[in-house]
Design a protein around this ligand. Structure first.
Ligand SMILES: [Zn+2]
Length: 457
């Protein structure tokens, strides 16, 4: 598979508050979030949109932050927002509240995929025709059915997604994953072209912009530094966060020095250097490792084991599996030079993720799911399992997939942890995910803005 099929984002312009508290105070994201919060506050005085007050009691709460779990917790949800989240004995449950008993369960924030792609593919088909509201909403439902309640789509076919995003952001009944998008990945040959593209995407209401600094393993020309520097500068001027897809160490360093705000993939050509580690840590630049992206380049040479996994099969399209199992498809994967390269480099990508993590760089869970054969929802679980296999503790993986992913994407004022004042985006599990991240598969229910997500039949 060609790298070019897969948009990625890097870079952003957040004023730094502290290394783990990064915010973009003036972006559209925040404005929209504030409006949503205001709307829900107003809803208290508007009986027609008022909703029940619900208290979820008795679960062990993992709040997504670097804090111990709370046994026998209470979450109070009002108009889609959390008004309380804490220990049962410290919270008064309003008399009018409906009580939902979650004894013997675990609650945690909804998972955030900081690097996905929405509406890019329909099965194995790609192209403008599949970028429809229906396809986008169907994919956001699939994500949500796996507990992924927010997806930042880092590179899309078109800017039209902004309209769909806005419809959902203002919808109190949202019951699919929250959706943010970067629009088309910027390709520009000159600094002027680059600036114009940033302006166009900014005007179209994109939440992020994204570029690719990648020679496609030597098959095409890399974007030149003067071009991506102009793009980063323009993005900073317009206060739109910017992401950089890279493969190689020198390009990650170049992107950060230029001012990009997110590194969208692991470094895959060599070991990360102290220079990169220091640049990322000191500037609070997060990385989305996208380990499953590498897996998707080679795993379909043969029939993958997960084709028999019930957790996968509950949403998989049998026709797509049949196509991927065909001898012609397997042959194409077997002959892919990119597949051979990325398979070989995957252990290094995992080691580099751990080096950055150990040095205090923000690792935000991101998969690059959404292009053909990168299965939305399931790949996020595979990614988190690979992060754990690489050496992160389950607790660290949970933080990377919730509060830190929210910080990385500038969404921590809205979602990513269980705290009063944030949206009621949460998952109910029957097993403890802090014991083993694989327990995240034990999903009993998923809520977005307090609305329960319809599970696959
Ligand atoms: Zn991507």
């Amino acid at each position: 598979m060609d790298e070019a099929d897969f948009p990625v984002v890097v870079g952003e312009v957040y004023p730094l508050i502290s290394s783990y508290s990064v915010m973009k105070s003036t972006t559209l994201l925040s404005l929209i979030a504030c409006i949503v919060i205001l709307l829900s506050a107003c809803a208290n005085e508007t009986p027609s949109v008022d909703r029940d007050v619900i208290a979820y009691t008795g679960a062990t709460m993992i709040n997504g932050l670097d804090r111990p779990a709370i046994e026998n917790s209470v979450l109070i949800v009002e108009n889609g927002m959390l008004t309380e989240a804490g220990a049962r004995d410290q919270i008064d449950i309003p008399a009018i509240a409906e009580v939902v008993d979650l004894t013997d369960s675990y609650v945690m924030p909804g998972i955030i995929n900081a690097h996905g792609h929405v509406g890019m593919a329909d099965g194995l088909e790609t192209g403008e025709d599949v970028f429809t509201s229906e396809n986008i909403r169907r994919q956001l439902l699939t994500y949500a059915q796996y507990g992924v309640t927010t997806v930042v789509s880092l590179g899309d076919g078109q800017t039209e997604g902004a309209r769909i995003r806005d419809e959902m952001l203002f919808d109190q009944n949202i019951n699919i994953a929250r959706y943010y998008l970067a629009g088309p990945v910027i390709s520009a040959d000159t600094p002027e072209e680059g600036r114009e593209e940033v302006q166009r995407l900014h005007e179209a209401g994109m939440d992020w912009i994204k570029i690719r600094i990648d020679s496609g393993l030597g098959t095409r020309e890399k974007m030149q530094p003067e071009v991506y520097r102009a793009i980063a500068e323009e993005a900073a001027r317009l206060e739109i966060p910017s992401a950089a897809h890279i493969v190689e160490l020198e390009d990650a360093i170049g992107a950060i020095e230029a001012g990009f705000d997110l590194i969208a993939h692991s470094i895959r050509d060599q070991e990360v250097s102290d220079e990169l580690i220091n640049l990322m840590r000191d500037n609070a630049i997060p990385i989305t490792p996208t380990l499953t992206r590498e897996v998707s380049t080679y795993i379909y040479r043969d029939r993958p084991d997960f084709f028999d996994d019930p957790f996968f099969l509950r949403t998989a399209d049998p026709q797509v599996l049949e196509q991927l199992e065909s001898p012609e498809s397997q042959q194409r994967f077997a002959e892919s030079e990119a597949g051979a390269y990325f398979e070989q480099q995957l252990p290094l990508a995992m080691e580099n993720m751990m080096k950055l993590y150990d040095a205090g760089v923000i690792v935000a869970m991101g998969t690059d799911s959404g292009p053909p054969a990168r299965f939305q929802g399931y790949f996020e679980h595979m990614e988190m399992e690979m992060m754990q296999d690489a050496g992160m503790t389950p607790h660290a993986v949970i933080m990377a997939s919730t509060s830190l992913a929210a910080v990385a994407m500038g969404l921590d004022h809205l979602t990513g942890s269980l705290q009063a004042g944030l949206a009621a985006d949460f998952i109910v599990l029957s097993e403890d995910p802090t014991e083993d991240i694989r327990n995240l598969r034990s999903i009993k229910a998923v809520y977005v803005m307090g609305n329960e997500v319809r599970m696959p039949e």
